[in-house]
Design a protein around this ligand. Structure first.
Ligand code: FAQ
Length: 318
């Protein structure tokens, strides 16, 4: 490495260590830029693909109130995807390129959205557990070192906390309902619990990016630390609902001050990440179809923008 590059990298690291935010036009190491393009775009794709499992229930929500809340939640997720694509674009990549990476199967999105939503209780479980996990991860990211990402996270977290409460309220209503409704809630928890713990990524010992991302303060906590936080936070909530977490090894550990929990099936996690989960093909197919069917909207918007630009140029010339 040349001396000047070394100096640049050192003063960049010093800025990070002092807790300064890095802004898009600041000098940054190429790997810092690439890590952010990877992580923020995967996050954006997760929000967009994440609309699909819930979208499946909009037409079947059990009441008008539930339908309105679910519609608002799914629209928020589209908004989150858009802020995050914009934050990624500040790093010198276009939204079209990001979409192409997703549709070609080159960019990842969260494993959790490759599971099906089989009953209305799954909508409750997604809000309670998936948004619960997302908030734990994203509250940390409000303090991440890249300015546009950190700022986007502040607003996103506020909206996610409403999402989580609507999910918990669905679960609470089901758990206070008939025996069949309570069973539906339990069955949803049984299916979503382990995939939710997988959302935080592989164990620290197998995480390729954690060490460098912690150094750059992209991540302020490791995958395992956040996962533990999720377990500790959720167990009392499940108790309040009167539901059983499907883990026979779950036990309070007085000396650690945390819950111990059972082994996660990492083979399942990698299968899903590599494209072979229950709904991977269906999810990508839906995104491809939406992209193709939206072509005329993009063309029309472009044609309109060109016309407007011409009109402005003509009136400026007059
Ligand atoms: N799924 O070295 P690490 C939401 C990949 S938003 C798929 O530990 P890193 C809102 C990882 O990319 C949910 N792939 O990676 C909502 C890497 O592969 P690569 C999304 C995963 O980045 C709620 C490899 O494994 N949230 O839920 C997963 O340091 C309800 C090695 O892993 C975010 O994206 C996974 N779960 O840590 C919407 C938050 N985990 O890229 C609708 C931002 C890991 O080298 C309804 N992201 N991989 O090919 C992050 O905080 C981090 O990227 C982690 C992973 C923590 C996810």
């Amino acid at each position: 490495m040349s001396n000047s590059l070394e100096n640049l990298e050192q003063s960049f690291q010093d800025r990070i260590d002092r807790g300064e935010k890095i802004e898009p036009k600041d000098w940054m190491p190429d790997r810092y830029r690439k890590t952010h393009i990877r992580q923020i775009s995967q996050h954006a794709h997760s929000e967009i693909v994440g609309m699909l499992p819930e979208g499946n229930w909009i037409t079947r929500a059990p009441s008008l109130r539930r339908k309105v809340a679910l519609l608002a939640k799914v629209q928020d997720e589209a908004g989150h995807g858009l802020y995050l694509y914009s934050a990624t674009e500040t790093l010198g990549i276009t939204r079209d390129e990001l979409t192409e990476q997703l549709l070609a199967g080159k960019a990842k999105y969260s494993s959790i959205f490759n599971y099906p939503t089989l009953s209305w209780a799954d909508i409750g479980a997604i809000g309670w557990l998936v948004d619960g996990a997302a908030i734990i991860n994203q509250v940390m990211l409000t303090r991440t070192s890249f300015g546009p990402y950190a700022r986007a996270m502040v607003r996103i977290c506020k909206e996610e906390s409403f999402h989580q409460r609507q999910g918990f309220e669905i679960m609470l209503t089901l758990c206070r309902g008939t025996e069949a409704q309570k069973q539906m809630a339990q069955y949803a928890l049984d299916r979503w619990w382990w995939p939710c713990l997988m959302m935080f990524g592989p164990p620290d010992a197998e995480s390729t990016h954690t060490e460098q991302s912690m150094k750059w303060k992209i991540k302020l906590k490791t995958n395992d630390e956040l996962r533990q936080q999720m377990v500790d936070q959720t167990v009392p909530q499940a108790e309040l609902l009167g539901l059983t977490i499907p883990d026979p090894h779950l036990k309070w550990n007085e000396s650690r001050g945390h819950y111990d929990f059972g082994e996660i099936d990492w083979d399942e996690f990698w299968r899903v990440v590599k494209g072979n989960g229950p709904c991977n093909k269906e999810r990508l197919e839906a995104r491809r179809k939406a992209w193709e069917e939206g072509a005329w909207v993009r063309e029309a918007a472009l044609a309109y923008a060109e016309k407007e630009a011409e009109r402005t140029a003509v009136s400026a010339a007059v």
